[in-house]
Design a protein around this ligand. Structure first.
Ligand code: ATP
Ligand code: HSE
Length: 292
């Protein structure tokens, strides 16, 4: 048996829609695989009641098929589905790494990124790689059609998760089909600022670099209390706040000593808006790893 842990991830970071992603040091999924004649799946853990065990409907089934690696697969979910924390990607990334070892397929970590993205195509309609890339490689990743660039980074963050669900497929329908040149210029400036901030481990630059006005404002409307949560997080010291992935999770970048205050302020602001929420104090973390 091979067991692999793959972390939650936050995609987009505002200015990098479908391109940027970070691995978070928690929460995470753990996937165990054993050789079998045909693929079967068992799901336990957070939100498992919402996750299909049919291999044709689960992201790990798509990965087993892409690798031609049938297995009995047990998924222990730590990352709640439809959260904006790359739940579907965490399982797919862990399965890709585990099945690659189980069957000695010999793929590199980079090779496994588009294979794991087959799971994203299954659940969201597009094989976007911005969650599976950091889930497999760790750190901050820049995912393009021609490959992934990884930047090691260490920046404190808070992700606050309201007790509501947003499907990535539905949230993708809200993304505008076109944008003005002004909005594009702002986004390019932000993306460059964010990338430099990740290189330097500078939370102020990363926070400023998340600003954009094309995708996140449209999606924030799906999250009850979003504006109050953003204001509260900034007042508590966050350098930047945006929708995590497709939402409803909200991502805030912190300096470090203010992480507890930011987390508390975000939970309180959600609760003042009538929404239960929990916050994770986390940082940019490592990618999928084998467990003994
Ligand atoms: N192994 C899996 N883990 C989680 N969700 C899965 C899995 N397999 C299939 N799904 C389905 O995928 C959907 C959740 O994926 P979705 O992309 O909407 O959320 P997410 O991964 O939490 O968010 P985001 O991609 O925005 O970070 C749910 O409908 C769920 O049933
Ligand atoms: N880039 C994707 C990430 C979702 O996980 C989106 O925002 O739709």
């Amino acid at each position: 048996m091979v067991r692999v842990r793959a972390p939650a991830t936050s995609a987009n970071l505002g200015s990098g829609f479908d391109v940027f992603g970070v691995a978070l040091d928690r929460p995470a999924d753990v996937v165990s695989v054993e050789r079998a004649a045909e693929t079967t799946i068992e799901v336990t853990g957070v939100g498992s009641q919402y996750i299909p065990e049919d291999p044709d409907a689960n992201t790990v089934g798509a990965v087993a098929q892409a690798l031609d690696a049938p297995a009995h697969i047990v998924i222990d979910k730590g990352v709640r589905p439809s959260s904006g924390l790359g739940s579907s990607a965490a399982s797919a990334a862990a399965a890709a790494v585990a099945l690659n070892e189980l069957y000695d397929c010999g793929y590199s970590r980079e090779d496994l990124v588009p294979i794991a993205a087959e799971g994203e195509a299954l659940v969201s309609g597009t094989a976007h790689t911005d969650n599976v890339a950091p889930a497999i490689l760790g750190g901050f990743t820049i995912a393009r059609a021609d490959g992934v660039t990884r930047v090691g980074a260490d920046v404190p963050m808070v992700v606050c998760l309201p007790e509501t669900a947003v499907s990535t497929r539905d949230a993708r329908d809200l993304v505008p089909e076109s944008a003005s040149l002004d909005a594009l210029v702002e986004t390019v400036g932000s993306a460059a600022t964010l990338t430099t901030g990740m290189h330097r481990g500078d939370p102020a630059l990363v926070g400023r670099g998340m600003e954009e006005s094309i995708v996140s404002p449209a999606r924030a409307k799906l999250i009850d209390g979003y504006d109050a949560v953003e204001t509260a997080a900034r007042e508590a010291g966050a350098t930047g706040v945006t929708v995590s992935g497709a939402g409803p999770g909200v991502l805030a970048v912190c300096r470090g000593d203010d992480q507890r205050d930011v987390a508390g302020a975000m939970v309180d602001a959600f609760e003042d808006s009538g929404v239960e929420a929990r916050a994770y104090r986390t940082r940019v973390g490592r990618g999928a790893c084998r467990l003994e």
